[in-house]
Design a protein around this ligand. Structure first.
Ligand code: SF4
Length: 329
């Protein structure tokens, strides 16, 4: 635990946290909505600093990141917090409930990467932005060691803290959970606009991929998918966009996403986007990267097995088109 940043004191001893758009007002002895930041006698503390609920080595495709160090392993760590309350959360036992955590010294993380041949570190599983002080400190150490830092995030963070962090972040997968304020409010306990602001800011500074979990009957209408795709395509049609299959989890009983819905979303997106993927389901070609110019197969993916077959450095081996991403091949 360390003293937190991004807060102000109120005259009655309360603290207002400015890290994310919830702007929690926190009384002495209480925590904010994310449970990661507490007021102790008028000082805000980052309670999850340097503590994890889980540490794993994952294929980077699991984040998902498809255009960033493909076929590499990524050290994945998560702290015990989230500032959203998605009814379909797939990690609710560690994001929504308080559980035991273990310390992991910042200066030991590069050694772990070397031991497991991980080229990068992901803050993932839960919500990294609620522990942004630690993210920044770890990312600074990693940068000195030539190791990349990745955030897998809901994007619900205020611009000022994000701007401080982003020079140290190499890649982000941001959940764009839906394209209506109603969904964000009723299903996630948040709002859409700050997430869009995060995406706009992030794409200017680091590699970004986006993921939308299509929840049956909630965010899967053709009109909503078109609106979401238009937003992303207007920003940059080269942003890799992942549509992911939902399964009933936590407090969401709706049936799994029908495969036809995922295909429909992919077809809509491909009209305006160059790199569209389908995840959490095996659909032939759904996870492959194909050259948008000549149709050459560039990267094949099956489960978490990835093969680079048509890339030469960062270009299509057949037609020479430059393929956006960090390929290191
Ligand atoms: S980071 Fe946590 S404490 Fe701060 S405003 Fe967001 S939910 Fe509240």
């Amino acid at each position: 635990m360390i003293q937190a940043r991004w807060w102000t004191s109120e005259s009655d001893g309360d603290i207002t946290c400015h890290l994310c758009p919830h702007t929690c007002r926190i009384a002495d002895g209480k925590s904010g909505r994310c449970r990661a930041r507490s007021n102790r006698k008028g000082v805000l503390y980052a309670d999850t600093y340097g503590r994890t609920v889980t540490v794993n080595v994952d294929p980077i495709e699991k984040k998902p990141l498809y255009h960033f160090l493909p076929a590499s392993d990524i050290l994945s760590i998560g702290h015990n917090s989230c500032n959203l309350s998605c009814r379909f959360c797939q990690n609710a036992s560690i994001s929504q409930e308080t559980v035991n955590t273990s310390p992991i010294p910042t200066d030991k993380i590069p050694g772990l990467c070397r031991r497991y041949s991980a080229k990068s570190v992901a803050f993932t599983y839960t919500e990294p932005v609620t522990g942004l002080e630690w993210v920044i400190d770890v990312a600074k150490v990693l940068k000195d060691e030539g190791i990349r830092t990745v955030l897998v995030t809901n994007g619900y963070v205020n611009p000022e803290p994000l701007q401080e962090a982003i020079p140290f972040i190499d890649a982000m997968n941001i959940d764009l959970k839906a394209f209506t304020e109603d969904f964000y409010k009723s299903v996630c306990g948040a709002t859409l606009q700050p997430v869009l602001e995060t995406i706009r800011l992030a794409v200017e500074h680091c590699h970004v991929e986006l993921t939308t979990l299509l929840v049956t009957g909630e965010n899967d209408s053709e009109a909503e998918i078109r609106a979401l795709v238009d937003f992303v395509a207007d920003l940059n049609p080269d942003i890799p966009l992942h549509f992911s299959r939902y399964f009933p989890q936590y407090r969401m009983p709706n049936p799994p996403t029908p495969p036809e819905t995922l295909s429909m979303a992919r077809d809509i997106a491909r009209n305006r986007m160059r790199y569209v993927y389908i995840g959490n389901i095996s659909i032939p070609g759904g996870a492959d990267t194909v050259c948008p110019q000549c149709g050459n197969l560039l990267v094949t993916r099956s489960g978490y097995s990835t093969r680079i077959v048509g890339l030469k450095a960062s270009t299509c081996a057949r037609c020479g088109m430059s393929i956006p991403g960090v390929w290191d091949v």
